[in-house]
Every structure is written in C-alpha cells, then in structure tokens.
Design a protein around this ligand. Structure first.
Ligand code: ATP
Length: 324
C-alpha cells in the first residue's frame, strides 16, 4: 500500500537547511494499522504530507495506493483520506451537510453522498449531533466528524496526523475505539502519527519510531519492548546505605541486569522481572536487608525510546507542553 525509498525532505529557513526527513524506506502492507511515533519535530508530519502529496519530496520516491506521489498526485489523492492536524469541517455548517458536500466534491451523486454520510454518522457515533452546527460540537465529536470527512469516498488508505492531540483521556479512548472499529469493519489501511506512547502501544499493530527524520525502530509494540527494553524491578529499601550495598555488591542482581539507585530506591532493569523478583527478595532477606516496597513493571515504548536514543519521549513532550 505504501513503499518509499530514500524519501527525503529539506527546508531552507534563513539560509539554514533543516533536514526534516532523511532517507526513509517505509513499507506498509494493505490492511495494516501503523503508528509513526516520535518526539516533536521528528519529521512525522512532513512524512505524512509527502505521502499525501501535500509536499513534494526533496529526493527519493514514494508509491502510495499503487501510484507515484510525484508523477500522479491527483490519482493518489483520489485513493486516500487525510486528516491533518486541526483541519476540519467548516464551523458554520451542519456536520451532515459538510459530509454530503465533501462526498459531492469527490464525485458522488447526491443520493450516494447522503447514503455514505448516514453510514459514517452511524459508525462514528455522531447520530445525535450530525444535524447541529459544527461549531457547537465538542472536541472529540469534531475529531470524529473530521475522520468521517476523510472517509467519505471510501478510501483504502487513511492518514491521520495526531488524531487525538488536544482531546481529554476519555475522548481519546473513544476515538481510538472508533479507529480500531473502522479497521475491523472496512479493512482500511491506517497510518497515524502520535506522540502518545499508550496510543501507539494499544492501537497500532506496528510502530515505526522516528527520530531526527530517520526510522530508528520498526516492529510490533510487543517485539519492540522485548528487543529494546527489559522489565523494571523497583525496590524501596529501609535505608539508603542498604541501597548502596545492593548496588555495590550487586546483591541478588542477575548478570547483565542494569542497576540504578536514587536514595533508598534501587531500579533493576532485567528480563523476566516477575520470575526474578521473588529470588531477589529472598537474597536480600538472607543478607538481612529490609525491603519497604517492591514493584515489577513491564517495559513501555518510552523505555524503548530511551534505550534507543538516551532521551525520554515523555520528557521531551513535557518540555513542549504536550502530555504523552
Ligand atoms: N514548512 C516548514 N518550513 C521549515 N521547517 C519546517 C517546515 N515544516 C517542518 N519543518 C521542520 O522540520 C522538522 C520536522 O517537522 P515535522 O512537523 O515533520 O515534525 P513532527 O514529528 O510532525 O513534529 P510534531 O509532533 O511536533 O508535529 C522540524 O524541525 C520542523 O521545524
């Protein structure tokens, strides 16, 4: 469905070159639900804008829905849906009318456009609000209407640029359910960008991690976590000196496990944390070390990003005022 080779985009800002996307080789099969995950400025939107023909590549090629984005941009646009960041239906119109107009713009007859609009209104749970002015809809309802707009011509491939940014957790969860349901019902190939780690983890079957305009990892969330991050055992000990001793003598810590200490807390990153934790506790007990609390956590995609780049995606998002 998508194949890019060496896809590259530079911008020139005040005589300086910004290498927004640097030689991406992407391959997305029909029916996949893929998330492009990366910090602000990683190049996700620029990639999407090239794949949707909104921006010409500086170099490299991209084939989308069987057509070359540079040679046949109109053909590509007819076969895809694209929902950008913050674009959307006109606020002074009613949602249903906007959908019908959009359908007409794609060449559907009035009857077909109405039927398709009704179908999307039902499947995106907009029945109660589709006949209201768009300006009166909530953020989550508006985002669902945007998605309906992008799907009016029944494209095989849908691009969503940060679909849930700005929504509260409940609306985000609701939108994610709708995206998953669309895929299940229609088999639409979906490519979305996000910097919400849990969204990529729960929704996508495949996560392509992008940093500084390049792919740094590409796999299922489970395999990314298994390959690039371990479980995390957090021990809170009674005294800081005990924590120092655990680290210095690597008490109960298996070979290869990474150990860090902060005050009386020791964090051990290791494979098979649930299996190791009881052994570890027995070892500490035998050494006469008191344990106040223990927690075993499975790795997150943030741990994957941290291990790959040395930076936390969560912190980077926080510094730019975004929640991740
Ligand atoms: N029109 C433009 N002119 C100049 N620089 C640009 C332009 N568009 C993007 N950039 C730069 O290209 C880099 C990649 O930006 P892009 O918007 O693709 O990142 P992103 O991963 O989508 O980030 P975000 O999560 O913040 O949307 C950034 O350094 C950005 O400032």
């Amino acid at each position: 469905m998508i194949r890019t080779r060496g896809l590259t985009r530079h911008f020139t800002v005040k005589k300086e070159t910004v290498e927004a996307v640097r030689g991406l080789d992407l391959h997305v099969e029909a029916g996949e639900l893929v998330a492009l995950l990366g910090p602000n400025g990683a190049g996700k939107s620029t990639t999407l804008r090239m794949l949707t023909t909104l921006l010409p590549p500086t170099s490299g090629t991209a084939e989308v829905a069987g057509l070359d984005v540079t040679a046949d941009p109109r053909g590509v646009r007819a076969r895809i849906g694209y929902i950008g960041q913050g674009n959307g239906a006109a606020h002074s119109q009613r949602g249903r009318d906007e959908l019908v107009s959009q359908g007409r713009a794609y060449g559907l007859s009035r009857t077909a456009a109405r039927a398709r609009a009704a179908e999307l209104i039902a499947s995106l749970d907009l029945e109660g609000v589709a006949d209201r002015l768009v300006s009166s809809l909530s953020g989550g309802q508006r985002r669902r209407l945007d998605i309906a707009m992008g799907l009016i011509h029944a494209p095989d491939l849908l691009f969503l640029d940060e679909p849930s940014t700005g929504l509260d957790p409940q609306n985000r969860a609701n939108l994610q359910e709708h995206i998953a349901a669309l895929r299940a019902e229609h088999g639409t190939t979906i490519v979305l960008t996000t910097h919400y780690l849990d969204e990529a983890d729960q929704l996508a079957e495949r996560v392509i991690v992008i940093d500084h305009g390049q792919v740094i990892a590409d796999d299922t969330p489970e395999r990314l976590k298994a390959d690039h991050a371990g479980d995390r055992i957090t021990l809170t000990l009674g005294h800081e000196r005990d924590a120092r001793r655990v680290v210095a003598e690597r008490l109960g810590v298996v070979a290869g496990g990474r150990v860090e200490r902060a005050g009386a807390q020791v964090v051990i990153e290791t494979d098979g944390g649930a299996r190791l934790a009881p052994k570890l506790l027995r070892g500490l007990d035998e050494a006469g070390i008191e344990v106040a609390a223990v927690e075993v956590a499975r790795p997150t995609l943030d741990d994957v990003f941290l291990n790959l780049t040395g930076r936390s995606l969560r912190e980077e998002s926080a510094t730019t005022g975004e929640a991740a």
